[in-house]
Design a protein around this ligand. Structure first.
Ligand SMILES: Nc1ncnc2c1ncn2[C@@H]1O[C@H](COP(=O)(O)OP(=O)(O)OP(=O)(O)O)[C@@H](O)[C@H]1O
Ligand SMILES: [Mg+2]
Length: 602
């Protein structure tokens, strides 16, 4: 007798619901996305008690005929994709065919819908995933979905919901984000009888921003195209007291996403303007061809994967940097007077349309550019081998090809010629000229060193003669205290000191005393941001990345010749010498061929 049984479909749906429906705001998100996919121009959202009692989303979209209305409630039933190929370029917000059945399985759901041109509508009631009734009904064209008593049949889940106020706040944040992304659609949100948001349709984002936030002289406009990406939006302007803090709304092809690469690029742009600001307000739209971003990587589609992660980082960093006036990394232009009618050839960011051609241009020498997304890790595996020129194999890092290999992007023994703006090392080898971002390169080196020590045992720790006592916000404090073990392995000894205080008695030897306080603060923020229950390796990796970033030489730091040589040598020895822990390129290269061609020597 075997022991495996097939789960009944309502139980399977409840399990699936666990992924899609985390809280009321996730239900509202799915319903609004469906309304947008149905071409609605007006969407009205009503919630009671933070959505726990009731959520209703009403739209004037295309509606559904009765047979579709029934199918819509079944799992894996969708009108949005038909075949596997469709997954490569998804143009709708939904595509999994899971949202409605998932929501229906953990609530009392009523679906009312009337297809455009139909004379009447259909009303279907579902209780805990089981259809209770279906009747014909009179209604306006469009769809109304009501979800009552979320998680009534999953008490454990219901217990995890926050207060009504907190859940309402999440819902209004979500509706605000959707409204920002779709200015041509009218949105209203009514929460427990109170009109929280009312945005009639407008022609553009600027007007929508005004509807929601009023006049905002403290924001500056972002507008930049590059590498096949179009970046637009508004971000916090630099100000004496620092840019305003606020929501960080990032949209990729109008889909709200959380993305570390982009978050890092934003922080990078601000920090290169020497502003210590970790949460400037941004409303940023990144538009790119559908096939350059995979949206099928996360159950609620909150995360996406870019085919060219470093490119996205670079374009966003420049776009934001330009907008706030900090100036992007210097653009390097190679004059080639008679080379082409188009004028200067050099573009620091490869245009995706150029295909292979960008290899020979000023392209960031990162193998990540040329590779498929799965080959671009957020960082090396924990046990990243650190060897000399020989390419690491088992881990299969993206640099493998670059270090060994074929050519342009290899990190060979390079001779430094000097610094540019005290920020970039200009170096040469037999095969070309390289411009190395000294901070990013050093960050990469230190990161690997920290990770190596971690896997080997304990990082060198330095006991402080006078322990540091510092006050931290509760979330950060908790996050640190929950990770004392991991922190200890890195050389930090942190303990509770009562109240809001923490005491730090030891720090990694690699950190100077001055940096330690800042590093602990940053760590607290980073760890707090990590999802609970995420792997401890991830926390460690973050710690290593943060420490590396803090201990690395900075931009605008004059370096001696010896230091430059040392840095370049160390760089050659790292396993992933071409990308920083956050995926930024370490260097730009101009190949010998390119130089010769431009001087018409070949
Ligand atoms: N408001 C609506 N107006 C018209 N049709 C809708 C509406 N909501 C859902 N549908 C139809 O029901 C189908 C199922 O919706 P559901 O949200 O479950 O899946 P999906 O949107 O296709 O994919 P995902 O699970 O990724 O959201 C949709 O494909 C669509 O055809
Ligand atoms: Mg959907």
């Amino acid at each position: 007798m075997g022991k495996i049984t097939r789960l009944p479909s309502d139980l399977a749906n409840q399990i699936a619901a666990g992924e899609v429906v985390e809280r009321p705001a996730s239900v509202v998100k799915e319903l609004i996305e469906n309304a947008l996919d149905a071409g609605a121009t007006r969407i009205a959202v009503t919630v009671e008690l933070g959505g726990k009692k009731l959520m209703r989303v009403e739209d004037n979209g295309e509606g559904m005929p009765p047979e579709d209305a029934r199918l819509a409630l079944e799992r894996h039933a969708t009108s949005k994709i038909r075949r596997a190929d469709d997954l490569a370029a998804i143009a709708t917000l939904g595509f999994r065919g899971e949202a409605l059945p998932s929501i229906a399985s953990v609530s009392h759901l009523v679906l009312r819908t009337r297809a455009r041109g139909a004379t009447s509508g259909t009303e279907i009631k579902v209780n805990g995933g089981v259809i209770a009734s279906e009747v014909e009904t009179g209604m306006a064209e469009g769809t109304v979905i009501e979800v009552a008593d979320l998680f009534y049949n999953l008490p454990a889940r219901r217990k995890f919901l926050k207060s009504d106020g907190a859940e309402s706040a999440q819902i209004s944040r979500l509706v605000t984000q959707m409204a920002l992304a779709y200015p041509e659609v009218g949105f209203t949100l009514t929460s427990s009888g109170r009109r929280v948001l009312a945005c009639p349709p407008v022609t553009g984002f600027r007007d929508r921003l005004y509807q929601i936030y009023g006049d905002r002289p403290d924001l500056v406009e972002v507008r930049r195209d590059g590498g096949g990406l179009a970046i637009s939006g508004f971000v916090a302007a630099l100000a004496e007291q620092g840019p305003v803090r606020g929501p960080q709304n990032v949209f990729v092809n109008r889909r709200i996403v959380k993305d570390r690469t982009i978050a890092h690029a934003i922080i990078d742009a601000y920090s290169s303007a020497s502003i210590k600001e970790r949460s400037p307000e941004v409303h940023l739209f990144i538009d790119m061809p559908l096939d350059r971003v995979d949206v099928n990587v996360h159950p609620t589609k909150a995360e996406v994967r870019f085919r060219e992660q470093s490119l996205v980082h670079e374009v966003v960093r420049r776009a934001v940097g330009d907008a706030i006036g900090s100036g992007p990394a210097p653009e390097l232009t190679l004059q080639a007077p008679q080379a082409s009618p188009a004028g200067p050839v050099a573009v620091p960011i490869p245009d995706l349309n150029l295909g292979g051609a960008y290899q020979s241009r000023w392209a960031p020498a990162t193998a990540a550019f040329a590779r498929r997304p799965e080959a671009v890790p957020a960082g090396p595996p924990l046990a990243a081998p650190v060897s000399s020129g020989a390419a690491p194999t088992a881990a299969g890092p993206p640099a493998a090809a670059a270090t060994e290999g074929s050519g342009d992007s290899a990190v060979r023994r390079m001779v430094p010629l000097g610094q540019f703006r005290d920020t970039f090392i200009i170096a040469v080898d037999e095969e070309g000229v390289a411009i190395v971002d000294q901070h990013v390169a050093h960050e990469r080196i230190l990161f690997e060193r920290f990770m190596e020590r971690l896997t080997a045992g304990t990082a060198e720790s330095q006991r402080l003669l006078e322990p540091i006592v510092l006050d931290l916000p509760a979330g950060g404090r908790e996050a640190l205290l929950a990770n004392t073990e991991a922190l200890h392995r890195f050389g930090f000894d942190v303990e509770d000191f009562g109240g809001a205080s923490l005491r730090v008695t030891a720090v990694p030897a690699a950190l100077g005393g001055g940096d330690a306080v800042e590093a602990v603060r940053v760590l607290a923020q980073d760890l707090e941001g990590l999802d609970r229950g995420s792997r401890v390796e991830e926390a460690l990796r973050r710690i290593a990345a943060t420490m590396a970033c803090h201990a690395a030489v900075k931009a605008n730091d004059p370096l001696t010749y010896e230091k430059m040589t040392h840095l370049l040598d160390e760089l050659r020895r790292t396993a992933y010498s071409t990308v920083c822990p956050h995926g930024r390129p370490v260097m730009l290269r101009l190949t010998r061929r390119e130089i010769e061609r431009n001087f018409q020597r070949i």
